[in-house]
Design a protein around this ligand. Structure first.
Ligand SMILES: *Cc1c(COP(=O)(O)O)cnc(C)c1O
Length: 964
């Protein structure tokens, strides 16, 4: 019996081979070998033994027959053709831009960048950490406030994070935030979604007459306003400060190259989007939102922050700073639930600035501004009222009685402009605007372009007092890479510093680092996916809408849910959306008191942080010795909280890597108590085709398309975190004020800025499902379970496997315990992780969910050669630890505690009790192909004490280098 009926024998594979044989790593014979090691006859036997019968699905996956890679690309091309190719001048926070081709090739379409993991192992992530430090420096320079983070999910959620930051910073006091009516409408809507469960009041006000009366904790301004207007904000800011409030300014980075930055006007926080720095519109995302804060607020900054520190040789090195703010450690007291952010897009935006430099950016901004000024002058000359005197790129024209007609006429002529209310038309210029575009817009207004008008005063509409005089982007990195050769090599150098999936496996428990196939990735840069504005008329985005609806249906059949929303742009946002749906459901039943969220102690940190954001109180449920939810403790907590129970959030299979038998019983108990069951679906890679959360008792789940469904991790984003819900929660899915098709009218409001979140990367997951089909997805799950069990069996004699489920089996990942080793040898889980770098591997997940352990998830994409290479490395490291235990090497001078070893550390005087060979080439085969970590072990605490979050001056590198 063949275990793999879907496979053609390898000898027959060709371009037309089924994709499943490309996605799944092991060949038939390798699967047979692994099955024999684990002790099962077939994949079905293995999964029958591992997966409890109570959760097995009886319904298959209702998916179309798998198509080939070529067919899939053709189908996607057909879909993309149903999106209209228009010139986009709608504004509303999204602007067309040119991704520098060298950045497309070397970054956006380069697996060396997009398949990297979040830089939790900084020694092997120096390249993207440097790129992110460039991003932070760019944002800090342009905004005029000193500390920026390494991206947030989008502008609207960044503003919402700023709202809660301001609330935290102003202890006590009122619950009211005042929001400028000239803010982006989607920002205001997301703010309302986020404010409501926290009991905050959002008051939208026209600020022309100054701040409204009364107390407030925060003020949010937009600069330039959505209407295009540019005004001096310093008066409003000082008024707000005088009332004890903080001020956030949502600002446009390109405008800030010409305008006095918010920091110089006194802003405490600046947020926004870096989209127009070379990141395609993509129907709304993904784009990197940003946040920067004035000094004194660094430690309340949400999201990830890159900082500078030193390594074991005293050399400068980068790593994530102040991680104790994050949910992994602080859980329900975290500053935010943000986990996955938008690293890849932040890298693209930062490289746009590296490529153009300060003069280039100023030139692009000036050109953009001049087009807008010309347009305004021409409109005025032909008798059209232009509302604002001062603006950057956006012109607001008042045309009572014919605004709609003008918009329609422009669209007819190929240009999308914005309708603002019933009388005004908004036209936003950008990097790609041409004189011809301006002529078309004028034609839509019924007037022509008079080229004589183009020069002189009329082509500048930024008042003197708002013109920027301060410098920015003075660091050499923004000033030296002007030739493509130089840029090419800079990008290559950074890429080479990093370890990504294109070098070897990244066996991260809970993070499913599987293949991101080239065919899946190809469509995302196609113009008809990349060039669509999120607020283009829906008739112009038929292809996207069809793709969204199909993907929703496919995810619904995979999860067993009734309805799916693709809007949340990360797992954390899906959690919030799901919990808000639960909250709204209880309230619709009159159960306003239900606010307790039970969360097992092993849960991912985002769970607790999201529950708090949804206005819930977190109550922790204990885990038993076997790692499963302690049912007695659960019953006790239910009795204690009675009708205040809102929900339980459990991960299934649990973060302990086993299929818990008790899930159906847990769901029954919760439902009996009137609660709802949230199943965190990050581990769906263990379930697809075998079990469906919507069938085994869950009411809602988020999925991570950037884990299970092949969207690459991007070095820490982008992500997509859709939620699936059962019928009774469907009325409470997210929606969007600017697009009714985005969700139910009764929904909880928008969770993301864009109606379909990060729409432009949905083709990746669509293509994966389309090419795998029902049988392929099930096979992938079965192979993922097999590889995890194979690794568990191979390592068991060397590192105890902490938890197992039925028949001693694990699910798709396993936790190996390093604590016994630490007790007997002093070798820590950190030492093992860093030593793996010397062996050419990225470490597994460290110390989550149990301190002192490693969680290994090999996935179905890794073949037996790579799995064995990894197991051999782990076993060899164990033997090295034994030599420490035997006293052969001192506890403070051995290859483990000194790992990782850099090339330069070998060339110095060598006084260690082990050889250079053993340090660098533990398996001799590495001589032929070695990844060299660029820095030695990094001292994180040093960097937190001496916080530096922007590019250090080049001299500091010099000094450090000379010192050793
Ligand atoms: C990854 C993960 C999350 C969070 O997803 P993000 O996209 O990073 O926000 C939540 N829960 C679990 C179990 C996860 O593994």
């Amino acid at each position: 019996m063949s275990t793999l009926p879907h496979y053609q024998p390898l000898s027959e594979t060709s371009a037309a081979a089924p994709f499943v044989a490309r996605h799944v790593g092991p060949r038939d014979d390798e699967i047979a070998t692994m099955l024999a090691t684990v002790g099962y006859e077939s994949l079905d036997d293995l999964t029958d033994a591992a997966v409890p019968e109570t959760i097995r699905t009886l319904s298959g996956l209702d998916l179309p027959e798998a198509s080939t890679e070529i067919e899939t690309l053709e189908e996607l091309r057909q879909l993309s053709r149903r999106n209209k190719d228009q010139t986009q001048m709608i504004g509303l926070g999204y602007h067309d831009t040119v991704t520098p081709p060298v950045v497309i090739r070397r970054v956006l379409e380069n697996p060396g960048w997009y398949t990297a993991y979040t830089p939790y192992q900084p020694e092997i992530s120096q390249g993207r950490l440097e790129a992110l430090l460039n991003f932070q420096t760019m944002v800090a320079d342009l905004t005029g406030v000193p500390t920026a983070n390494a991206s947030l999910l989008d502008e609207a959620t960044a503003a919402a994070e700023a709202m809660t930051l301001m609330r935290r910073a102003v202890r006590g006091g009122p619950d009211r935030i005042v929001v400028d009516a000239d803010c982006l409408p989607q920002t205001i809507a997301v703010l309302r979604t986020r404010a409501e469960p926290l009991g905050l009041t959002v008051e939208v006000a026209d600020l022309d007459a100054g701040l409204p009366e009364g107390e407030l904790f925060g003020l949010l301004l937009q600069y330039p306003g959505v209407s295009g207007r540019v005004r001096d904000l310093s008066g409003l800011i000082s008024d707000a400060h005088a009332r004890g409030a903080l001020v956030t300014v949502a600002a446009d980075l390109l405008a800030l190259t010409l305008l006095v930055p918010p920091g110089e006007m006194g802003a405490d926080v600046v947020v926004g989007s870096s989209q127009r720095f070379g990141v395609p519109l993509g129907y709304g995302g993904p784009h990197a939102g940003y946040m920067a804060v004035r000094s004194g607020l660094e430690r309340s900054l949400p999201g990830r922050l890159v900082g500078v520190s030193v390594d074991a040789d005293g050399n400068q090195a980068y790593r994530l700073a102040l991680q104790t703010r994050e949910q992994h450690i602080r859980r329900e007291r975290a500053t935010s639930n943000i986990c996955t952010a938008q690293v890849l897009l932040a890298v693209v935006a930062s490289m746009y600035a590296v490529w153009h430099g300060p003069e280039g950016l100023r030139e692009i901004a000036s050109r953009t501004h001049r087009h807008a000024a010309t347009l305004a002058a021409q409109l005025r000359a032909s008798g059209v009222e232009v509302v604002h005197e001062a603006f950057f790129d956006t012109v607001l024209a008042r045309v009572p009685g014919r605004a709609e007609a003008v918009v329609a006429e422009a669209a007819e002529l190929g240009v999308n402009v914005g309708l603002d209310g019933s009388e005004r038309v908004r036209i936003a210029c950008d990097e790609v605007t041409t004189e011809a575009d301006i002529a078309v817009v004028l034609k839509a207004f019924g007037t022509g372009l008079d080229t004589g008008h183009e020069t002189g005063e009329s082509s500048w509409a930024i008042p003197e007092n708002l013109q920027r005089t301060s410098e920015y982007l003075t660091h050499p990195v923004f000033n030296v890479h002007r030739s493509e050769t130089s840029m090419l090599r800079y990008l290559r150098r950074l890429q080479d510093a990093d370890y990504a999936l294109d070098r070897g496996m990244i066996p991260l428990g809970s993070c499913t680092m599987k293949l991101n196939a080239a065919t899946e990735m190809e469509p995302i840069t196609w113009p008809r996916f990349a060039g669509v504005h999120p607020f283009a008329p829906i008739e112009q985005a038929e292809g996207y809408l069809e793709l969204v609806r199909q993907l929703e249906r496919w995810l619904a059949t995979i999860t067993g849910y009734a309805a799916v929303s693709l809007q949340p742009n990360a797992g954390s946002q899906g959690e919030l959306a799901g919990l808000l749906a639960i909250r709204a459901y209880h309230r619709s039943n009159g159960d306003t008191q239900r606010d307790v969220c039970l969360i097992p102690s092993s849960a991912h940190g985002t769970n607790a942080a999201s529950a708090v954001m949804a206005g819930m109180r977190v109550v922790v449920v204990a885990s038993g010795d076997d790692g499963t939810v302690d049912l007695d403790d659960l019953r006790a907590k239910l009795a204690q909280h009675g009708d205040r129970l809102s929900a339980i959030m459990v991960t299934y299979p649990s973060t302990h890597g086993v299929y818990e038998e008790g899930i159906a019983e847990i769901a029954r108990l919760i439902h009996e108590a009137g609660g709802q069951v949230y199943v965190d679906g990050a581990n769906l890679n263990a379930l697809m085709g075998l079990a469906k959360p919507g069938e085994f008792g869950a009411d809602v789940s988020h999925l991570n398309l950037h884990k299970t469904f092949c969207i690459p991790h991007g070095g820490g984003g982008p992500g997509v975190g859709p939620i699936g819900v059962r019928e009774h929660l469907a009325p409470f899915l997210p929606n969007h004020p600017l697009l009714p098709e985005a969700g139910p009218a009764t929904g909880v409001g928008p969770i993301s800025a864009a109606p379909f979140g990060s729409a432009s990367i949905l083709p990746i997951s669509w293509a994966y499902i389309r090419m795998m089909g029902a049988a392929g997805l099930k096979l992938a799950t079965q192979v993922a379970v097999l590889t995890a069990n194979y690794v568990a069996v191979r390592l068991a004699d060397h590192f105890p496997v902490l938890y197992t489920g039925r028949n001693g089996l694990v699910a798709h990942e396993c936790i190996v315990d390093v604590r016994p080793l630490t007790r007997t040898t002093g070798v820590t889980v950190d030492d093992v992780a860093k030593r793996l770098m010397d062996y050419g591997f990225h470490a597994p997940t460290m110390s989550f969910p149990v301190a002192g352990t490693l969680m290994i998830e090999p996935t179905e994409s890794e073949d037996l050669v790579e799995l064995d290479r990894f197991c051999d490395a782990m076993i060899a490291i164990r033997k090295e630890a034994d030599r420490v235990e035997a006293g052969e090497w001192p506890a403070d001078d051995n290859p483990l505690c000194n790992a990782p070893h850099t090339a330069s550390s070998l060339t110095k005087d060598w006084e260690h009790p082990y050889s250079r060979d053993l340090a660098a080439f533990p398996p001799p085969v590495l001589r032929d192909d070695k990844y060299w970590p660029p820095v030695r072990r990094i001292d994180g605490a040093y960097g937190d004490r001496n916080l530096v979050c922007s590019c250090p001056a080049p001299e500091t590198f010099q000094e450090e280098g000379d010192a050793d």
